[in-house]
Design a protein. Structure first.
Length: 578
C-alpha cells in the first residue's frame, strides 16, 4: 500500500468536463509526468484546465501588453479554483505591413488565429479559454475559435493605444499615413513628417480611432463574448490589470456553470453587433468579420442584411476617422454602454441578450455612468447622422454586393471615369506621381481574397489621397478591403472579385462608373455587347503564390460576400465540375 494518498483515486472536479480524459487515472500517468516537468502539481492537475490564449508579438504596439495581462488573467483563474495554461498564436500588424506585400498576410492570419486556438484547446482537452486579443484579425479569429469549440470562454481586448499629440492636436496612426500624402503633395516638409511619425504612437495598444480593432472590440461587447465595460479600458490604464484578473475569475464561473459561447451568441446578438458598427461609424471590415463569425456559429446571415440595420441606426458616437474623438475618449466619456443606452431608446437593440458577465445588454447600458459635459456620444434625438456608417450596394459592377463606408463624408453620388490598376502598388505609384485627378473613380482589382491573395487593405492609397486634398473629389472601389482608418467615398469587397472573372475585371481605363448610395447601386456604364466581348477575351491570371499558406488560402477561401471564410466550397465545386 502507498504510504500517502495518490491522486489517481481523487474525485473528478465537475469543471473538468474535458481535461479529466487528459489527466485523471493511472493510464494518464505519462501525460501527468510531462506536465509535472514544467511545474504543474497534483493539485493543479486536479482542477479545471483553462487556456489563456495570447496574441502577443514583438512586431507592433497593438498586442504588446498581453504578456503582462496574461499574468493577471492567470491569477484570476487560480484564485477562482482553476489551473491556467498559457499559449500563444500569431498576429500580423496592418499598420506596419500596410502598403507592402506583407499586408496580404493580414486577413489570412484571422484563419490561422482561429485554427491555432482551436487546435490547442482541442489537442489539450482544455475546459475553458480566455482569449487575449489586440490587432484587428485576432479579435474575429478568437470569436471564430470560440464558436467552433463551444467550450466556456470569453474574449478580452488588451485595449486601445492613447493618442499621440503634435502641436496641440491628437494623433493616431492614420495621421501618419495622411501626413505621407501631405508630404508628397508638398504641403509639409520632411521634418514635420518625421515629427508626426515620432509622436503618433506613444505606447502599447491597438490603433486609436474607431478603426477595425476598436470596431471589433465594441462589437464583441454588443455580441456578448466580451465582459461589458472591460474592453474599452485603454491598454496603459492601470485599471486594465484588474480587468484581466476579473476576466480570469469570470472564465471559471463560466466553466463551473457550463455557460458556452453558443448560449450567448444568437441571431439577435449578431444584429446588436452590426448595429454597434453602424452607430459608431466603424470599420467596413466589421461586415467581413461578422459574416465569418456568424458562419462559424452556424447562424444564417446574408450580406444584404447589413444594409437595413445600418439604415435604421443613427451614428451617435463622434469617433475617428469620420469624427473628432479617439477610443480612449469614449472610455473617458463613460464607455460603450452610452452607445447601448442611446440605441435602446429607440429599440434598435435586443436588450434582453446576455453577456458572458451574466448581465443583459439592457442592464449593461443602464449601469453606464456618463461623464458630465462629454461630447463623444450624442443623444440619439440629435444624432451625428440619421443613418449608420455603412451600407451595401449591388449593381452591374457588383452582382454579389459590396460595402460602402458612409461615415466621414457627405457624398451619396459620384459618376466619373475609371482609373484602373491591377494592384495596390500600381495605384499608390500613380497617387504619388499626382496622376489621379478630381472626379476620377479609382479602381483597384485583383486584390480580393483569391486574387491578392488575402484581400489587403488600401489605407496607403486612401490616406495619400486625403493627404493630397483629393479625399472629397474622387471615389475608390476595390475587390480588396479598406482599413478602418479610411474615410471618403470608398467601396470595398466588390464581388465577384476580378480573379474569379467578376465584372470588375472587365473595366477599362476611362469607362464611366456610377455610384448611387441612395439607390444602393454600383454600375458600369458599358454596353452589354462590349462587356460580352471583353468577357470572351478575359483569362484568369496565374496565382501570385504557387505554394505555402498563401496558395492554400487562395484555394480554400470563399467570396468576400460570404465573409472570406476558408470553407473549401469553391474548390470543391470546381473539382466537381471537372
Amino acid at each position: 500500500m502507498p504510504d500517502r494518498p495518490l491522486p489517481y483515486d481523487r474525485p473528478t472536479d465537475v469543471g473538468k468536463r474535458h481535461s479529466h480524459a487528459l489527466t485523471d487515472g493511472p493510464d494518464r500517468a505519462p501525460a501527468r509526468a510531462m506536465l509535472k516537468a514544467i511545474g504543474f502539481t497534483d493539485d493543479d492537475l486536479a482542477k479545471p484546465l483553462i487556456g489563456v490564449a495570447t496574441t502577443w508579438i514583438e512586431t507592433m504596439p497593438c498586442n504588446f501588453n498581453q504578456r503582462r495581462l496574461a499574468e493577471f488573467v492567470k491569477q484570476g483563474i487560480r484564485e477562482a479554483g482553476g489551473t491556467p495554461m498559457e499559449f500563444n498564436t500569431v498576429s500580423v500588424s496592418d499598420g506596419v505591413s500596410m502598403g507592402t506585400e506583407g499586408m496580404k498576410a493580414s486577413l489570412i492570419s484571422r484563419e490561422v488565429v482561429a485554427d491555432s486556438i482551436e487546435l490547442v484547446v482541442r489537442g489539450h482537452l482544455l475546459d475553458g479559454v480566455v482569449c487575449l486579443v489586440g490587432c484587428d484579425k485576432t479579435i474575429p479569429g478568437a470569436a471564430m475559435a470560440l464558436a467552433r469549440l463551444d467550450v466556456p470562454g470569453l474574449i478580452l481586448y488588451n485595449g486601445t493605444i492613447y493618442p499621440g499629440t503634435y502641436k496641440g492636436r491628437d494623433l493616431t496612426i492614420v495621421s501618419v499615413f495622411e501626413a505621407v500624402g501631405a508630404y508628397r503633395a508638398g504641403k509639409i516638409g520632411l521634418q514635420e513628417l518625421y515629427d508626426i511619425e515620432s509622436a503618433a504612437c506613444p505606447g502599447a495598444g491597438a490603433c486609436g480611432g474607431q478603426y477595425t480593432a476598436n470596431t471589433m472590440s465594441t462589437a464583441m461587447e454588443f455580441l456578448g463574448l466580451s465582459p461589458g465595460g472591460l474592453n474599452g479600458i485603454p491598454a496603459e490604464d492601470p485599471k486594465k490589470d484588474a480587468a484581466a484578473k476579473q476576466a480570469g475569475e469570470l472564465a471559471m464561473t463560466l466553466v463551473r456553470h457550463d455557460i458556452r459561447p453558443r448560449h450567448i451568441v444568437t441571431r439577435a446578438s449578431i444584429d446588436n453587433a452590426i448595429a454597434s458598427v453602424a452607430a459608431t461609424g466603424g470599420s467596413t471590415n466589421g461586415v467581413l468579420h461578422l459574416l465569418a463569425i456568424a458562419h462559424e456559429f452556424g447562424i444564417p446571415l446574408e450580406l444584404d442584411e447589413f444594409g437595413p440595420i445600418a439604415d435604421r441606426t443613427p451614428i451617435v458616437a463622434d469617433l475617428r476617422p469620420g469624427g473628432r474623438f479617439t477610443a480612449a475618449d469614449i472610455y473617458d466619456a463613460g464607455g460603450i454602454g452610452l452607445v447601448m443606452r442611446e440605441l435602446l431608446k429607440r429599440d434598435l437593440l435586443h436588450g434582453e441578450e446576455k453577456n458572458v458577465d451574466g448581465r443583459t445588454l439592457a442592464k449593461i447600458a443602464a449601469a453606464a455612468v456618463e461623464t458630465e459635459g462629454q461630447q463623444v456620444v450624442v443623444p440619439i434625438e440629435t444624432p451625428i447622422k440619421e443613418v449608420g456608417g455603412l451600407t451595401i450596394l449591388r449593381g452591374s459592377l457588383a452582382p454579389e454586393g459590396c460595402v460602402v463606408k458612409l461615415a466621414g463624408h457627405e457624398r451619396l453620388h459620384h459618376r466619373g471615369p475609371a482609373r484602373v490598376f491591377d494592384s495596390e502598388n500600381d495605384c499608390f505609384a500613380a497617387v504619388k506621381e499626382r496622376r489621379i485627378m478630381p472626379g476620377d473613380v479609382v479602381v483597384i482589382r485583383y486584390e480580393g481574397p483569391v486574387g491578392g491573395p488575402g484581400m489587403q487593405e488600401m489605407l496607403s492609397v486612401t490616406a495619400a489621397l486625403v493627404g493630397e486634398g483629393l479625399g472629397d473629389q474622387v471615389a475608390l472601389l476595390t475587390d480588396g478591403r479598406f482599413s478602418g482608418g479610411t474615410h471618403g467615398l470608398m467601396i470595398g469587397h466588390v464581388a465577384p472579385e476580378a480573379a474569379l472573372g467578376g465584372p470588375i475585371a472587365l473595366v477599362h481605363e476611362g469607362d464611366e462608373v456610377e455610384i448611387d448610395v441612395e439607390a444602393k447601386r454600383l454600375d458600369l456604364h458599358v454596353e452589354e455587347a462590349e462587356l460580352a466581348r471583353r468577357r470572351a477575351e478575359w483569362a484568369a491570371p496565374p496565382p501570385r503564390y504557387a505554394s505555402g499558406v498563401m496558395a492554400k488560402y487562395a484555394a480554400l477561401v470563399s467570396s468576400a460576400s460570404e465573409g472570406a471564410v476558408t470553407t473549401g466550397r469553391r474548390l470543391g465545386s470546381a473539382l466537381a465540375a471537372r
